[in-house]
Design a protein around this ligand. Structure first.
Ligand SMILES: *Cc1c(COP(=O)(O)O)cnc(C)c1O
Length: 408
């Protein structure tokens, strides 16, 4: 018989979100009348906006005509969309031929691991979005798990003590460094000075940064960088992964992009872009042409206005939640809320308590689903992630219940 890929047997059971869903299901089964509200999974809830939707509808209709039909397009994406992304988000920082259109950021992160194979060293922020580590385990770049994490992965704790920005001194030379800003789950958005430290470290130590900017649209502080390429030298050491999911509510539509600068090279001098182009053309067959029309519309004047409105809505949810979570009942119990207003996630510390215990109590006493911080890595223990994706009425109701939550 065929041997199982050890990458899969090395993966630890209990992926975070299925466990959250299971506990919710079991609770609902026992308490059928409970009206559970989810502030858990990072999924968008508000409808697509009119201008962007119209572009997709019109294009889908034209596909049903002999004149408008088209089959496969360029695997790297529509030239017009690549140009628009470069012009709108990376002026003087990246060119259209360095932008690759995809079916989403998570898929790009998984595919990117095929570029580096199993020998590469990997460093991740702790806590972190699970695909960086799990994907590395699947391709064999990381080994079996022990108490201190998977073998071959360097975990970089991001805690209140270090302002959620890690110390890189333990990162081995020639590592792949996954870095997410604004961060899921901590909500921390790195400053220019912090990203300069990251870029300088990578340049000095032969590292490549995989910069996940999926939440860049939530940055409201004008001083914060929205792309890693605002930092000098980043074109020589960083790949940026991005997405329309959180920007335009495309979580179900599926559209993302990556930026691989021409100057980024492997040890033998081969441009990384050359191999990435190969991955995209050989292992991927292009993003949906309908979704790409939506992406184009999202980047014109009307679309940019609409997506800003969409993100503003979620940010308003977040400020309502911040008000609640900093209320007297939380304050008295010593609960600390970390939230700067530049991300959809509030990272909330319940000192002396375990994340899963807090999760169970909030589910039981408030009928609100959250995400336990420890599920994102050991440094997330005692934290809870509150997501601001939700309808306003649900958010208000959840806040009402949480304001009566007795913590200790
Ligand atoms: C939601 C999310 C993504 C996923 O993006 P898709 O484009 O929908 O695949 C990527 N990175 C982070 C950190 C996310 O939270």
């Amino acid at each position: 018989m065929i041997e199982r890929n050890p990458g899969f047997s090395n993966l630890q059971a209990g992926y975070l979100f299925p466990e959250v869903a299971k506990r919710r299901r079991e609770y609902q089964a026992k308490h059928p009348d409970a009206k559970i509200i989810s502030l858990g999974i990072g999924n968008t809830t508000e409808p697509l906006t009119p201008h962007i939707t119209k572009a997709m509808v019109d294009y889908a209709k034209s596909l049903a005509t002999a004149k408008g039909y088209s089959g496969y397009g360029d695997e790297q994406g529509l030239t017009e969309l690549r140009e628009k992304i470069a012009n709108v988000y990376y002026p003087k920082m990246a060119s259209a031929d360095e932008v690759f259109i995809s079916d989403g950021a998570k898929c790009d992160i998984a595919r990117i691991q095929t570029l580096f194979g199993k020998k590469v060293e990997v460093a991740v922020q702790d806590p972190a979005y699970p695909v960086y580590v799990d994907g590395s385990v699947v391709v064999g770049a990381a080994g079996k798990a022990s108490k201190s994490g998977y073998k071959g992965i360097t975990y970089l704790p991001c805690t209140a003590e270090n302002d959620f920005f890690p110390d890189f001194s333990k990162v081995k030379p020639d590592s792949l460094i996954y870095f997410c800003s604004p961060n899921n789950p901590t909500g921390a958005a790195a400053t220019k000075a912090q990203l300069k430290k990251l870029v300088d470290f990578a340049l000095k130590n032969g590292c490549i940064i995989i910069y996940d900017a999926a939440y860049f649209a939530f940055i409201r502080n004008p001083k914060l960088p929205k792309t890693i390429y605002e930092i000098p030298g980043a074109r020589k050491c960083a790949i940026e992964i991005n997405s329309f999911s959180k920007l335009a509510g495309f979580t179900g539509v599926r559209l993302g992009w990556s930026v691989v600068p021409s100057q980024l090279k492997f040890a033998d001098g081969t441009p990384v872009k050359q191999d990435w182009n190969r991955v995209m053309t050989t292992l991927f067959n292009g993003a949906s042409n309908i979704a790409q029309r939506g992406g184009l519309a999202a980047l014109d004047e009307e679309g940019l206005k609409e997506t800003k409105g969409l993100v503003d809505y979620y940010l308003e949810n977040a400020s309502l939640m911040k008000e609640t979570l900093t209320g007297p009942n939380f304050k008295e119990a010593g609960v600390k809320v970390f939230y700067t207003g530049d991300s959809p996630y509030l990272w909330v510390q319940f000192p002396g308590m375990k994340s899963w215990d807090v999760f169970d109590r909030i589910l039981d006493e408030c009928h609100v689903v959250t995400t336990p911080g420890s599920g994102f890595g050991p440094a997330g223990e005692s934290y809870i992630r509150f997501s601001c994706f939700g309808h306003r009425a649900d958010i208000k109701e959840a806040c009402k219940r949480l304001s009566k939550f007795i913590i200790k």
